[in-house]
Design a protein around this ligand. Structure first.
Ligand code: SAH
Length: 338
């Protein structure tokens, strides 16, 4: 709840509205109702009966021996679980959060979507992931957030926008919106609507192809919206927010990774205020999709650079702990199957 909603709810419970501020800041510190010592015992009990103070708990933690990256499996109140990854960079900790249990977008290379979408996460459940991650950090706090875990954030629009407003709230965790990236597979109408919210987050678009033909082989959403419509929505976002868009491009051997693709991509993105993030695809054997070598990444990158398209190669982290999207949850679900 936003503080004003909390105020109304308290009023309805016959409580003093000013308690809303106290409760809001406790909740955002990750406190349980029973720990809210400036409230009466009776109110604490009443809150515990009417609300949930801990929507997410950590069920498993895996720490990478390579780079200290942590992968969490979170438990939700209804028995579902989602994943998150905490990465440590020189400029601070970045947390990758999930927005849905599963995903219904059906991208061929993505493990999160294999069993479809079970349900949306609430704003509280997305926020709870940040609080859980913070609780594992000694002194430090999550500094950047990427909405790149399982789920399509813009397919859970209202709760995601609520999460963004809550996590950046001055009385809450107060994480700057400029430190947050939202990644979408390209839901065009929602991208335009999101541009109107004027939230200064970075929009990342999972592009993964230089043309409709290849994009349609990889992502069902490309059959719904053409690449030009999708790029137009990006241009609209840039125009409305003044912020550059980041294009994610996972290189899959023999599919979208040769220099011809790089040339075509450069042509399509010419003149746009954007940045390209190249990722060697995490191999998905079941789907016959394979990653690329370091040399192939370098060759692709150098074409983009020659064409003056700003681009970098994304560093891989947590390779030894199923760091990528949906992999850990899938493994756990499989192990639990009778
Ligand atoms: N639904 C959103 C956010 C979640 S996926 C989106 O599609 O953008 C986060 C990123 O991981 C996306 O760019 C997605 O395309 C990418 N991804 C998924 N599976 C991958 C794989 N096997 N290898 C590399 N990147 C992958």
């Amino acid at each position: 709840m936003y503080p004003e909603e909390l105020r109304d709810a308290l009023k309805e419970m016959g409580e003093k509205p000013f308690r809303a501020g106290q409760i809001f800041s406790w909740l955002h510190k990750g406190a349980r109702f029973s720990e809210m010592t400036n409230l009466s015992l009776a109110l604490r009990e009443k809150l515990a009966q009417n609300g949930i103070d801990q929507p997410v708990t950590i069920r498993e933690t895996h720490v990478s021996k390579l780079d200290g990256t942590k992968k969490f499996l979170y438990a939700l109140p209804d028995g579902n679980c989602v994943e998150g990854v905490l990465m440590r960079y020189h400029y601070g900790c970045t947390l990758c959060v999930s927005t849905q249990v599963g995903c219904r977008m059906g991208c061929r290379f993505c493990a999160s979507t294999l069993d479809g979408c079970t349900r949306n996460l609430s704003a509280a459940e997305i926020l709870g992931q940040v609080q859980c991650a913070n609780s594992t950090l000694d002194g430090e706090k999550v500094h950047n957030i990427v909405l790149m875990g399982s789920g399509e954030p813009l397919d859970n629009y209202d709760e995601v926008v609520r999460f963004l407003r809550l996590v950046s709230h001055e009385e809450g965790l107060n994480i700057g919106l400029r430190h947050i990236s939202l990644s979408t597979c390209g839901l065009v109408p929602q991208m335009k609507r999101f541009a109107e919210e004027k939230l200064p987050v970075t929009l990342s678009l999972s592009l993964h192809a230089p043309n409709d033909d290849i994009r349609q082989q990889l992502m069902p959403i490309a059959k719904r919206y053409t690449m030009e419509e999708t790029l137009d929505a990006c241009r609209y976002y840039i125009e409305k927010t003044g912020r550059r868009v980041v294009f994610e491009y996972a290189l899959a051997d023999g599919v979208n990774a040769d220099e011809k693709c790089a040339e075509e991509l450069a042509m399509r993105l010419r003149g746009m205020q954007c940045h390209v993030n190249l990722i060697p695809l995490n191999t998905v054997k079941e789907r016959n999709l394979f990653g690329v070598s370091e040399n192939q990444v370098r060759a692709f990158l150098s074409v983009l650079e020659k064409r003056h398209i700003s681009a970098t190669r994304r560093r891989e982290m947590g390779d030894d702990i199923e760091g990528a999207c949906g992999q850990l949850r899938k493994k756990v679900l499989q192990e639990e199957k009778p």
